[in-house]
Design a protein around this ligand. Structure first.
Ligand code: FMN
Length: 397
C-alpha cells in the first residue's frame, strides 16, 4: 500500500495542564501540574481536529502531498496517520479521501479551506451552551466578559454633517429590527414570499457572453459579478405551497421542490420544526419563521475567477452578508420580520439537503415571516420602532 498526506493542512501547537501523578504520589512538594505539549492537525477534508504528538507531526511533515510512498517503508506511526485520515492511501474509498480528492481539483486557498471545514458545527445547541454559562442575557454576558470595547474613535476636530432629510429609505432602515418572535402558526401570503425572494435573490437582468456564459444582475452587489450564493428554502405555512424544502431558482424566480435526506425524519413523520431548530443550532426563536433561507455559495463558481486566492472565501462571506441585508430590507418593507445567523449546524444542513461542504456548503441561514403579537425573546429595539415600550435588558445575539 502507498500513502501520501492530505492536501490542505494546518498544524497548531497546543498546551494543556495535566495532573502529574508521580509528583502527587511522591509528596515531595514538586508542582502537581505538568504542562503537556501537543499538536492539533486541522485538515480541510476532515470535520474536526486531530491531536498529534511530536513524532507523529514530524512524520506527517515528511510525507509529501503529491508523491506516494510505500507504507511498509515508513515508521509505525504512518498507519496511525492513515487511520486518522491525515494520510490517505492509493485507491482510498473513504469519504475523507473523496473530499481530499475534490479539494485537489478545486482552487481553494489552503488556510481558507481549513477555516471553512473546521468552523462547521454538527448537533450543537448554542442556546443551551450560552444558558449554562448565564450568557444568554446581556446582564450575564457583561457579568462574565466585562463591558465590550467601545465602538467609534476618539479625536479632535470632527466635522458635523448636515442632518438627513426623512425619506422612505430612512423609514425603512428605522423599522429594520432582527426578529426573534415569529407567529409560525399563521399562513404567510405567497405574494409576500415572492416579493422578498425577488428583491433579495432574483436575477433581474442578464448578460450572455459569446461563449454562452451567463452573468446576471441582482439587487445586491457580488464579487466579480459572479453571484455564487444559492438559496435553499425551508417553507412552512406559506399559502399554496406544500411545507418542505425548495431551491430558489434565481434565473426564473421559481421554487424547485427538493427531496430531503432520510436522516432528516424525526420519529415517524417529518418534523420540520425539529429540523429547523437543529439547523439553527437550538435557536428556537428563529425556528418558527415561515421561510428559512440557507445561504450556500457555490465556491467553484467564485474560484473559477479567484483561483487559490486569499480573498475568495472572504468574498463568499461578504456576498452572503449583502444578500441577507437586502432580504432584511425587503421583508421589513413587506411588513414582516427577518433575521440572519451564522450560528448554524452546517453539517446537519449539508446532510439533510445533500450539499457538499466544498461545493455549496452553507455559511448562514436567514429567514423571514409574520411577527408575533407579543415579544417573548428579546429584540434590540431601543427606538421602539417595532415594540412599544422598548424592553429593559434587550441584548445582542
Ligand atoms: C452575521 C450576523 C450573525 C448574527 N447571528 C445571530 C445569532 O446567531 N443569533 C441571533 O439571535 N441574532 C443574530 N444576529 C442578529 C444580531 O444579533 C442583530 O443584528 C443585532 O443584535 C443588532 O440588532 P438589529 O439587527 O435589530 O439592529 C446576527 C446578525 C448578523 C449580521
Amino acid at each position: 500500500m502507498r500513502i501520501r498526506r492530505c492536501w490542505h493542512l494546518l498544524c497548531e501547537p497546543l498546551q494543556a495542564l495535566q495532573l502529574d501523578m508521580a509528583a502527587l504520589l511522591s509528596g515531595d512538594g514538586r508542582p502537581l501540574l505538568a504542562v503537556s505539549h501537543q499538536w492539533s492537525a486541522l485538515a480541510a477534508h476532515l470535520d474536526g481536529p486531530v491531536a498529534l504528538d511530536d513524532a507523529q507531526l514530524a512524520l506527517l511533515g515528511r510525507l509529501d502531498r503529491e508523491q506516494w510512498v510505500p507504507l511498509a517503508q515508513l515508521p509505525d506511526a504512518a498507519q496511525w496517520l492513515l487511520d486518522t485520515g491525515l494520510a490517505l492511501a492509493h485507491n482510498d474509498q473513504r469519504q475523507c479521501a473523496c473530499r481530499d480528492q475534490q479539494l485537489r481539483q478545486a482552487h481553494w486557498w489552503g488556510p481558507a479551506a481549513v477555516l471553512h471545514a473546521q468552523a462547521r458545527w454538527q448537533g450543537q445547541d448554542s442556546v443551551q451552551q450560552l444558558a449554562a454559562r448565564g450568557m444568554d442575557r446581556l446582564d450575564g454576558l457583561i457579568g462574565e466578559l466585562g463591558t465590550p470595547p467601545a465602538s467609534g474613535r476618539d479625536g479632535d476636530g470632527a466635522l458635523t454633517l448636515p442632518p438627513v432629510a426623512d425619506s422612505p429609505l430612512e423609514q425603512l432602515l428605522g423599522r429594520r429590527v432582527s426578529c426573534r418572535n415569529f407567529d409560525g402558526g399563521q399562513m404567510l401570503a405567497l405574494d409576500q414570499v415572492s416579493a422578498v425572494l425577488w428583491a433579495a435573490l432574483a436575477e433581474r437582468s442578464t448578460v450572455i457572453h459569446d461563449s454562452g456564459a451567463r452573468f446576471s444582475k441582482k439587487g445586491t452587489p457580488s464579487a466579480g459579478g459572479l453571484h455564487p450564493t444559492e438559496a435553499y428554502l425551508l417553507l412552512r405555512n406559506v399559502q399554496g405551497i406544500k411545507d418542505g424544502c425548495y431551491h430558489y431558482q434565481a434565473s426564473a424566480h421559481q421554487l424547485l421542490p427538493l427531496a430531503v435526506g432520510a436522516d432528516a425524519d424525526v420519529g415517524n413523520r417529518r418534523d420540520w420544526s425539529a429540523l429547523a431548530t437543529r439547523w439553527l443550532a437550538g435557536q428556537y426563536w428563529f425556528a418558527d419563521a415561515q421561510v428559512l433561507v440557507v445561504l450556500a455559495p457555490r465556491y467553484d463558481r467564485l474560484q473559477w475567477k479567484y483561483r487559490n486566492h486569499s480573498k475568495a472565501y472572504r468574498a463568499a462571506v461578504l456576498d452572503v452578508g449583502h444578500l441577507s441585508q437586502t432580504l432584511y430590507l425587503a421583508a421589513t418593507e413587506a411588513g414582516l420580520g427577518a433575521f440572519v445567523t451564522a450560528a448554524i449546524n452546517e453539517l446537519d444542513v449539508e446532510r439533510d439537503l445533500g450539499l457538499q461542504p466544498f461545493g455549496d456548503g452553507p455559511l448562514a441561514i436567514a429567514g423571514f415571516g409574520i411577527r408575533a403579537a407579543q415579544m417573548t425573546t428579546a429584540e434590540l429595539d431601543p427606538a421602539g420602532a417595532v415594540w412599544q415600550p422598548a424592553p429593559e435588558g434587550s441584548g445582542a445575539g
